[in-house]
Write a protein of this length. Structure first.
Length: 93
């Protein structure tokens, strides 16, 4: 989740509601910066996420289904996994 992006405001609020700090390890994943960056795993490229309304909508919807602190952390980890393996836009709803 972006720290300063207005688009991530709702998702940050959800993290706050579940007592999860924005800097929690589950909220971070290394992604290739651009399409020209090495990307052997087919990860989602970081640059396309910044202005991608579908990305923010999916994150908000998925995190919004959390029922507890532990569930929210599990969902954050799942988001990270799907960003790393390139399946985010198909796997998260």
């Amino acid at each position: 989740m972006a720290t300063g992006s207005d688009k991530a405001k709702k998702a940050r609020k959800l993290l706050e509601e579940f007592g999860i700090d924005i800097d929690h390890p589950a909220n971070g994943v290394f992604l290739p910066a651009t399409k020209g960056s090495p990307n052997p795993n087919g990860s989602i490229v970081h640059k396309i996420l910044g202005n991608n309304k579908e990305y923010y909508r999916k994150v908000e919807n998925y995190l919004g289904k959390s029922t507890s602190h532990a569930d929210a952390l599990q969902r954050l980890r799942r988001i990270g996994e799907t960003l790393k393996d390139g399946t985010f836009f198909h796997a998260i709803s």
